[in-house]
Design a protein around this ligand. Structure first.
Ligand code: PHE
Length: 458
């Protein structure tokens, strides 16, 4: 007898819609913008190695867990946790976890939108030929000139938020699906071409050495936590985005295989981005530890020197913006879904309300790059740094621990097995062991080690 709770909700007809939506959520600024700059700030190879370890041994099992929670609960994160905990005879307080996730998505989107706004500005700048023949220094100057204008950044942030809200209120399923199907493969091809170009005209050997030869001495405590947090950020796990998409997944689809495909694709896009960026960084004398500006300074140098680079570069940033948009939607979807499903508010009103709130928080990030750039929290963090550290290095891994504990210790093994019925016995046992013990312990260990290293104790 199945103990599956009945939820009155639509389910996508084909498992492919889940793959598309989840891949659209996973592949975004995290891969193209954040991964390269974090690798650059943390000395390269050692960071990449820890990141890959976290993706395969922690990220993939947790992504499977999050998808199955969503599919079994068939609702928003708050209601899902409540219902599943009740079904398992445990306290409904687990719904608090859903709340933290919803808030975390909000906080991420508030800065994600500001960065995506830079991408929008770069479409125009590239098409206008601003980077033709530019040097590393010149490219850096163009970037700083942009970030020094708070009103322009605010306008771009507003534009991106409006685009996100437009898609969200029209419903996640019909909105962006078709565009993503066509544009994502194009982005992939463009990245491969850029890697080829970088190999041909940049310093490929230095790039490869930097990314793949680990220097563990260069990995600090926050570097360790960032590698863990980024593996969650890039897969969109730990806050409920994948849970919501899982709630629309047909029961017949195989969660394990689907997750493997998405995680594989996502990792490939990140590595390709690194391979496109670092050879140019080294050839043009850009500082690898430039931080959030790295993508925006390095690739335009190559676009500025290659034939047809104006159009190629313009198209590249259009595709980056679309990738950012499909991720942004999933960041706010848990909040919107919650408001619609539990408060009976219309999708339009929920979208506007949540979008407006997010927009307001985003102003803090806009100012972090100019007026507030020396107003440091805890002595080191700008508002943006703090939000980023809190969400991706702390809240997402914490969310991962809780989900793993929930599926491994709160839910019954039978109900979990029922949801993963297409998995072989061996794979299931492996996943179950990882989820029950390895993930919570390993995440906690990296966490504690990171904090001790930050405090200078380890
Ligand atoms: N995974 C997205 C990216 O790499 C960001 C994201 C994080 C989306 C968390 C949803 C949830 O850009």
């Amino acid at each position: 007898m199945s103990t599956k709770p009945r939820r009155n909700q639509t389910v996508w007809k084909s498992p492919w819609v889940f793959v598309l939506a989840a891949a659209g959520s996973a592949v975004g600024l995290g891969n193209i913008w954040k991964f390269p700059y974090m690798a650059g700030e943390n000395g390269g190879g050692a960071f990449v190695l820890v990141y890959l370890f976290c993706i395969f041994l922690l990220g993939i099992p947790v992504m499977i867990t999050e998808t199955l929670l969503g599919r079994r609960g068939r609702s928003n994160p708050v209601a899902t946790m409540k219902v599943l905990a009740r079904d398992a005879g445990h306290t409904e307080k687990w719904s608090w976890f859903g709340w933290v996730g919803v808030a975390c998505g909000f906080a991420i989107l508030s800065y994600y939108s500001v960065i995506a706004g830079w991408g929008l500005a770069y479409i125009v700048k590239l098409l206008a030929g601003d980077f033709v023949g530019v040097t590393g220094e010149g490219s850096g100057a163009i970037f700083s000139a942009l970030t020094q204008k708070p009103l322009t950044l605010l306008g771009l942030h507003t534009l991106f938020m409006l685009m996100t809200m437009l898609v969200v209120v029209k419903g996640v399923r019909d909105g962006l699906g078709r565009a993503v199907t066509i544009l994502m493969p194009v982005l992939f091809v463009l990245l491969v071409i850029m890697v080829g170009y970088a190999a041909f005209s940049g310093d490929i050997m230095s790039g490869l050495r930097y990314l793949f030869v680990p220097d563990f001495g260069a990995l600090t405590g926050d570097g360790l936590m960032e590698a863990l947090g980024h593996s969650f950020f890039t897969l969109s796990i730990g806050m409920g985005a994948i849970l919501v998409y899982g709630s629309y997944m047909p029961s017949s689809a195989s969660i394990g295989k689907t997750v493997l495909v998405i995680a594989g694709l996502d990792t490939l896009v990140a590595i390709l981005s690194g391979l496109a960026i670092f050879p140019i960084v080294f050839a043009a004398g850009v500082e690898p530890a430039s931080g959030p500006s790295l993508l925006f300074i390095s690739l335009p140098i190559a676009f500025g020197e290659m034939p047809g680079g104006i159009y190629f570069g313009g198209l590249f940033f259009i595709l980056v913006s679309v990738a950012a948009l499909s991720s942004a939607i999933s960041l706010i979807e848990p909040a919107v879904a919650w408001l619609c499903q539990t408060r009976g508010v219309s999708r339009l009103k929920s979208g506007i309300l949540m979008g407006a709130l997010c927009w307001v928080i985003g102003i803090g990030t806009v100012l972090s790059f100019n007026i507030w750039d020396s107003a440091l929290l805890f002595g080191t963090f700008t508002f943006f740094d703090f939000l980023d550290f809190l969400t991706s290095s702390v809240l997402l891994p914490l969310g991962g621990i809780l989900m793993a504990i929930f599926a491994g210790h709160v839910m019954t093994k039978a109900s979990v097995r029922d949801e993963l019925s297409s998995m072989s016995d061996t794979t299931f046992s492996l996943w179950y062991a990882l989820t029950r013990w390895f993930c919570p312990l390993a995440i906690a260990l990296i966490f504690v080690l990171g904090i001790l290293k930050m405090l200078g104790v380890a």
